[in-house]
Design a protein around this ligand. Structure first.
Ligand code: MIG
Length: 772
């Protein structure tokens, strides 16, 4: 894309300004601007453009009323709510302040040249930038390779690197034109409702150059948590997945037959390892065709999927969007008859090679095409397939040169208003996910859909999970996973994870193990690899890898109630499950760049080992008291310490005040990590583990008292409590006397007791000793 030159058009002088509904309208000499508050801390800015965006990203259309005021000052206008002030200058620059006068964001007047837009905002000296969807970049996207060099630039163009990528690769499969700015005066989020190709960079200014489309964007103000809440109110909250999705997934490109898969599943039983899903890659298809199963390799898939399901293992199959262009095949013929494939300007089908050969591409921006596509899942659902894995949906095609996707002139319906691939490209995967989601909702209304999509855009969280694609088999690629997952979470997409061990090739036992230890705390925990890799399962490397992986897998499974409760929270609020450390304290600037550790919810801090032969590592700890997960030692935060990491463990810290719900069979184990003083809360969400029936939320309030602790439970919802007993496990102190609902209990050990569903527990404890 060419840089926008000096000849471009700026708004020029403001000719007319007036108050409009919850905002203001401005007529500049060259451009028109409409500003509208959607909430007191969320504002829509619309530089008028003849063709408004199709609202693929947005789901919230009706917002409650907001009180705003519109004033004119000497050289500017001010529109304010109770939280945010927006200043518009005579020349069209827009500045955002909090109502108490903190400067959040300072935009220069936009510039337009032909169909392109250049939008810039001055950045504060210490400002850090996060988001942009899936990036193989540092956590702080403003981090320069070198201060004298031009800043990193980030493309918005969903892209398949073709089999491997490492740190620095850009763009990847899932771009979202959204970023968060965090600086000394506060934090904000900006989301551009524009799916065209764009280039972003962050140096003294944040630059966003769009190749076309409208310059309509949203600015939210507040703490990071509040920003995610508003953004996912606008673009949709993340789905609540079925419980099994948080289990372990085993995958590989190259599981060619039912027999191979049966023996993999058997291996998990033999080696005493839990397993929730096996993924079938393109090997299971008939000539790589979408919605087919090779009858020779999987002669009785319905029976086989049932057999696996009885062992608690679900099958997930891959789906690519390309439909093989061949006469006398139902899928292609039907698609032609119903006119759902993409065409060029000349009205001819656009064909491009992918796995099955020359393919036609459904135009997912056409509602009829989505509907038609969604009907195709029935066949696989009837065979007992439990979830779908959308690959190659950037869309990616095989080319020897140029952009490995559909030509930009490809025509798209864009819900009837018409457009071309420049506009449709980045929403292609999102809309395929929508079609898949609707298919599962229609054919299995009693089950919650599980879809994993490689590509996507703003709003993908409404339908699908994703994964980080074909990441390299290197220690650097392992380390890259953390900032990639964190920035995805800050972009509204909480469900992702890496191919454990990397995609193409064979990791060493140590790399696989360290990767596994990290991924066992990420939402999507799946080993996957390319077809040229050696079989990669937890037992492929023998001992001690197997035993250590087993320990981590069992820990993950015992933590499923915690993951599930966080998923419920994400569904209610948009908070990511995996959070950067600054989530807990964004005033501690040391935390702004931490990309070698992450939080799971607010309770657990995970510090993976990211280098070979390392048996300890430095850990930056946020404020507050923290317990070592492995030995219950307590440390005071706001410090940096060296922690042990023998091969069989990684540093794990639990924040004081946490009540961590774990399970083993019918027993709920509440791990209590008391605060030094005051009180804290923990939650447990439960339902039938799938579906849309009753649910319940148990809230545990833990209060530190003079001689001990009080734990009070309250509940909401109608689902019956799913455990037959509760174990209370006390960390860092010893139990001396216990009352459950007023009755003294004598049968307990110094650290734990077992009881039934209680309302109130009093614990007299021996005081803990705090390390300093
Ligand atoms: O052209 O289906 O990222 O996970 O194993 C490669 C084969 C196509 C790319 C995916 C990868 C998958 C592979 N696919």
């Amino acid at each position: 894309m060419s840089n926008i030159s000096k000849t471009s058009q700026s708004p020029e002088k403001c000719l007319k300004a007036e108050s409009s509904f919850q905002g203001g309208y401005f007529q500049f000499k060259q451009l028109e601007l409409e500003i509208k508050f959607l909430a007191a801390d969320l504002v829509q800015i619309d530089w008028k453009y003849p063709v408004p965006p199709v609202p693929y990203g947005i789901i919230a259309q009706d917002w409650p009323m907001v009180e705003t005021t519109f004033e004119q000052r000497q050289n500017e206008w001010i529109i304010s709510s109770s939280k945010l002030k927006v200043l518009v200058s005579q020349e069209g620059s827009i500045t955002f302040y909090t109502t108490d006068g903190q400067l959040l964001r300072e935009e220069l007047p936009p510039q337009r040249q032909g169909q392109q837009w250049l939008h810039q905002a001055k950045l504060q000296l210490e400002e850090h930038i996060y988001g942009l969807g899936e990036r193989a970049a540092p956590l702080n996207l403003r981090t320069s390779p070198n201060t004298d060099e031009p800043p990193r630039s980030y493309q918005m163009w969903n892209y398949d690197m073709g089999g491997r990528y490492g740190p620095g690769a850009d763009p990847l499969y899932l771009c979202i034109p959204l970023y968060l700015g965090l600086h000394a005066q506060g934090s904000y989020l900006i989301f551009y409702e524009n799916p065209y190709r764009a280039t972003f960079s962050f140096k003294d200014v944040a630059r966003a150059e769009f190749e076309g489309g409208a310059l309509r964007y949203y600015v939210a103000s507040g703490e990071p948590a509040q920003l995610l809440k508003r953004y996912t109110e606008l673009t949709g909250r993340p789905v609540l997945p079925p419980y099994w999705a948080f289990g372990y997934h085993q995958s590989r490109w190259g599981y060619e037959t039912e027999e191979v898969i049966r023996s993999v599943a058997q291996g998990f039983i033999t080696h005493n390892l839990p397993l929730s899903a096996i993924h079938l890659d393109i090997d299971c298809q008939n000539g790589f065709r979408a919605f087919t199963i090779d009858p020779d390799r999987f002669p009785k898939l319905a029976n086989f999927s049932q057999e696996l399901k009885e062992r608690g293992v679900r099958l997930v199959t891959i789906i690519n969007p390309g439909v093989k262009a061949e006469r006398n095949r139902k899928l292609f013929e039907e698609g032609i008859a119903q006119d759902i494939f993409c065409k060029g300007e000349d009205g001819k089908l656009i064909l491009a090679p992918v796995w099955p050969g020359m393919c036609a591409f459904p135009d997912f921006t056409n509602p009829q095409a989505r509907h038609w596509w969604s009907r195709q899942y029935e066949y696989l659902l009837d065979l007992g397939i439990a979830g779908f894995w959308h690959d190659m949906n950037e869309p990616g095609v095989f080319t020897l040169w140029g952009d490995a996707t559909l030509p930009t002139v490809t025509q798209h319906a864009m819900e009837g208003r018409g457009g071309d691939h420049r506009e449709a490209h980045n929403v292609y995967g999102l809309l395929q996910a929508q079609a898949g989601y609707e298919a599962l909702r229609n054919y299995q209304p009693e089950l919650r859909p599980f879809i994993v999509s490689r590509a996507g855009w703003a709003g993908l969280q409404r339908y699908a999970w994703t994964w980080t694609g074909d990441i390299d088999i290197t220690w650097q690629a392992l380390a890259q996973t953390i900032p990639t997952v964190l920035n995805m979470g800050l972009s509204g997409i909480p469900y992702t994870g890496p191919d454990i061990g990397g995609f193409k090739g064979d990791p060493t036992a140590e790399l696989y193990l360290r990767w596994f230890q990290m991924a066992s705390f990420l939402p999507f925990c799946r080993t996957h690899s390319a077809n040229n890799a050696k079989p990669r399962t937890p037992w492929s490397y023998g001992e001690p890898t197997l035993s250590i992986v087993r320990k981590f897998l069992k820990l993950r499974y015992s933590l499923l109630p915690y993951f599930y409760t966080l998923a419920w929270e994400a569904n209610q609020t948009g908070y990511p499950l995996i959070r950067p450390l600054f989530w807990l304290d964004n005033e501690d600037r040391r935390l702004w760049d931490v990309e070698d550790s992450f939080l799971v919810g607010n309770a657990l801090m995970v510090c993976p080992i990211l280098k070979p032969e390392k048996r300890s590592r430095r850990v930056l700890v946020p404020k507050g008291h923290w317990y070592h997960f492995w030995d219950d030692q307590v440390l005071e935060g706001k410090c940096e310490i060296e922690l042990d990491a023998p091969l069989e463990q990684i540093p794990l810290l639990v924040r004081a005040g946490s009540i961590l719900p774990m399970e083993t069979g019918q027993r709920l184990i509440l791990h209590i990590y008391p605060l030094i003083e005051g009180y804290s809360q923990g939650y447990l969400y439960s339902d039938a583990k799938d579906g849309y029936g009753d649910w319940r939320l148990d809230t545990f309030t833990l209060a530190r008292e003079e001689e001990g602790l009080e734990l009070i439970r309250s509940e909401q919802g109608n689902y019956d409590f799913p455990y037959s007993e509760i174990e209370l496990y006390l960390h860092g102190m010893k139990l001396q006397q216990v009352w459950v609902d007023g009755e003294e209990i004598t049968d307990f050990s110094p650290e734990k007791l077992v009881c039934c569903l209680f309302n109130k527990v009093r614990l007299i404890v021996e005081l803990m000793i705090v390390d300093s």
